[in-house]
Ligand binder design. Structure first.
Ligand code: HEC
Length: 200
């Protein structure tokens, strides 16, 4: 009795298997090289562009920010959520003042003149308005001390130096009228620290 012959792989199938195998091996090698080189190199993968420097009240606010559940919807100092209704608070102190944030937390209507999605009575963050003003002041202080460096996404000041990318995008895509209507805010920072020319 003859045993049935094992079906053999066709030529094309062999080539496909080998190619898939080579890709898997390459991916594993590349991953190992990346991990080893990034763990050995002293420079971080992403540059930190936000910083913080807290006083005593700011530190109290930082603890309250987590204890009172702001981190359910917000994020600061690597704590909190990236999901859903999140607003990243790192760097917010370069955009909003302590006074503004304190007023917002006490009663958002004084700054927005309208009902908000979450920060309104009866909504999910409605409890914030009912917190003791002292706690809200500490949290506002904490938030105001989360600063963004120049060029960070949250910073009102554009990155230092010229950017070929931004220049190319503006030259290619910005309609002519924009150039008449608006001015490039980078020009405001070009001469910072340099003496002003007479007549300007
Ligand atoms: C249920 C989700 C939720 C919780 C909890 C929450 N927030 Fe908010 N927060 C929001 C949303 C959404 C916005 C945007 C405004 C809106 O729609 O209410 C916002 C906006 C803000 C702003 C920005 C205001 C502005 O003008 O840009 C600050 C500051 C703020 N929240 C602080 C806090 C603090 C402090 C706490 C905790 C005491 C807190 N939030 C708890 C959802 C939340």
């Amino acid at each position: 009795m003859t045993t049935p012959k094992q079906p053999r792989l066709k030529q094309g199938e062999k080539v496909l298997f080998i190619m898939a195998g080579v890709f898997v091996v390459l991916a594993i090698v590349a991953f190992i090289v990346m991990e080893v080189s990034s763990s050995k190199s002293g420079t971080p993968l992403f540059k930190m562009r936000v910083h913080d420097n807290f006083n005593a009240e700011g530190l109290r606010g930082s603890a309250l920010f987590r204890k009172r559940g702001c981190t359910v919807c917000h994020r600061a100092l690597r704590d909190g959520t990236n999901m859903g209704r999140t607003a990243d608070m790192d760097g917010i102190g370069s955009r909003l003042t302590l006074d503004y944030m304190y007023k917002f937390l006490l009663n958002p209507k004084t700054v927005y003149k309208t009902e908000l999605f979450d920060h309104s009575p009866g909504h999910d963050a409605g409890f914030v308005q009912l917190m003791p003003p002292k706690e809200l002041h500490a949290i506002a202080t904490f938030l105001s001390q989360l600063k963004a460096d120049q060029g960070a996404a949250d910073s009102p000041v554009p990155p230092k130096g010229d950017s070929l990318f931004i220049d190319t995008m503006v030259n290619t895509w910005a309609p002519k009228e924009w150039k008449l209507k608006y001015h490039d805010i980078r020009d405001d920072y070009k001469n910072v620290g340099k003496p002003k020319e007479a007549g300007k």
